[in-house]
Design a protein around this ligand. Structure first.
Ligand code: ACO
Length: 434
């Protein structure tokens, strides 16, 4: 399914010179102008801070139509995958391109399950951190450190090593995430249990203690599985692009995924669910909503409604709809009838969706708007929210990394710049500086 051969071209005219640029067509989505030879032909770069108009790669994994609010993994709508499948099926789909047969699924589940334990030396690695370290800080370090523990899967030119590294990361992320949580709260690590499914195992590793087991609720486990499916991939977002850029130099897969975790931590990206929950807590009650909405609209106030707006979705984020429904399911399972945060969230969404500012700028709730309330109700502290996102997104990062490594046209990523600093000048001895 390569991009179809060029049937059109675009003409670029600068002064009295013009050049033809090939136009490529994807399966769906906007065409792209191929500017890869532009510098050689014209001596000019393009300028696109934040990559708002630039396709950095060709990919067959995930498709988003931000105007229509559509998200497809390998062509399958996110709603159908979340409703009918489980997270490991989504992992298989993202990695291999097709839904697994029953036999393939059983094999895949078995491989992931059999790689959930981490090297025992990692336990000591954890104890080097301060107890109050943010679990994302621990995750960045521990995921990078996997390359020091699993040397036999760092040769990226070997497909078998690439595969083992991929399975290892999908399998070990929940274990590392649960360890980061346990360490943070001062409880002993709980080892994985292989007769549990992926999400139930994760819940147990987080919430069981040696003196008391944790009975996993199938409703909560299913809800978490859905949350993982919703977060599994999102085409060339900031953290995925970070993983691709890191991987383009030939860095080992664990180092690349650690780079993705670091990028995800930012509040404009994966940190937004934590920020959204903090904001809802700060608002506190529905009567205070107008004050915060007005602040969000004030150009002189840096405050933004967290969990609102998206670089690509200029419509309702399709994941936000499923997240909202999952949030209600979790609260009902836990018998939480009146959650003041949910009241604030529902009312804030209603007010914003009817406000001219948000309508005009096409700002809709994104996936993070309801995920914080849901994860908090499940018992996760806010500091863990982005960790759960990283756990789920690992498969997307790996799938995109693998696709890049296997692309014969892959080259090191090296953006150019518009230089606006000082022109050449001579060194001035310190005594002569003013
Ligand atoms: N609240 C108030 N105003 C907003 C918001 C918001 N949440 N988001 C965007 N705007 C406004 C901006 O002020 C800007 O207005 P202007 O055109 O008058 O200057 C306009 O909408 C466009 O905003 P940009 O920042 O240019 O849009 P961009 O695509 O760069 O940013 C982003 C997208 C970062 C997600 C932004 O909407 C935001 O900061 N939202 C809050 C954080 C958040 O929820 N992030 C989660 C993203 S989803 C994810 O990572 C899974």
């Amino acid at each position: 399914m390569d991009a179809t051969p060029n049937t059109a071209s675009a003409k670029l005219t600068v002064g009295d010179k013009s050049w033809d640029l090939p136009v490529k067509h994807g399966t769906i989505g906007p065409d792209v102008m191929d500017i890869s030879k532009l510098y050689g032909q014209t001596g000019m770069f393009t300028y696109d801070p934040g990559f708002t108009s630039t396709a950095s790669c060709e990919s067959q994994i995930t498709y988003i139509d931000g105007d229509e609010g559509v998200l497809l993994y390998r062509g399958y709508p996110i709603e159908q995958l979340a409703e009918n499948g489980d997270f490991l099926e989504t992992c298989y789909l993202l990695l291999y391109g097709e839904l697994p047969t029953a036999e393939q699924k059983a094999d895949f589940d078995m491989s992931v399950t059999r790689h959930t334990m981490v090297h025992d030396q990692m336990n000591r690695f954890f104890t080097g951190f301060r107890r109050d370290a943010h679990p994302m800080a621990i995750m960045v370090a521990c995921v990078g450190a996997l390359s020091a523990f699993y040397h036999d899967s760092t040769d990226i030119s070997d497909p078998q090593q690439r595969l083992i590294a991929s399975i290892r990361m999908i399998a070990k992320m929940p274990t590392l995430a649960a360890m980061a949580y346990k360490y943070h709260i001062g409880q002993p690590f709980v080892y994985p249990k292989n007769d549990l499914d992926y999400s139930s195992n994760f819940l147990r590793m987080c919430f069981a203690v040696p003196c008391e087991d944790y009975k996993v609720s199938p409703v909560l486990s299913r809800a978490l599985d859905k949350i993982f499916i919703l977060h599994a991939d999102h085409e060339q977002n900031a953290s995925t692009s970070t993983v691709r850029l890191a991987g383009s130099s030939g860095a080992n897969p664990f180092a690349c995924i650690a780079a993705g975790v670091a990028c995800l931590w930012g509040p404009a990206h994966g940190g937004a669910n934590e920020a959204a929950l903090k904001m809802l807590t700060e608002i506190g009650r529905p009567e205070r909503i107008p004050e915060f909405v007005n602040r969000a609209k004030d150009k002189n106030d840096p405050f933004r409604l967290m969990g609102f707006g998206h670089r690509v979705y200029k419509n309702y984020d399709p994941r936000a709809k499923i997240m909202q429904q999952t949030c209600h399911e979790v609260l009902s399972e836990l018998g939480i009838k009146d959650d003041p945060l949910l009241d604030v969230a529902v009312e804030l969404e209603r007010v914003a969706l009817h406000d001219e500012y948000f309508i005009e700028k096409k700002l809709y709730p994104n996936i993070d708007f309801y995920s914080g309330i849901t994860l908090k109700a499940m018992g996760f502290p806010t500091a863990m929210f982005t960790v759960l996102f990283a756990l789920a997104r690992t498969v997307g990062w790996i799938g995109q990394w693998k696709e890049m490594i296997e692309d014969p046209s892959q080259r090191i990523g090296r953006p150019r710049q518009l230089y606006t600093g000082a022109a050449r000048r001579d060194y001035v001895a310190m005594a002569k500086r003013k």
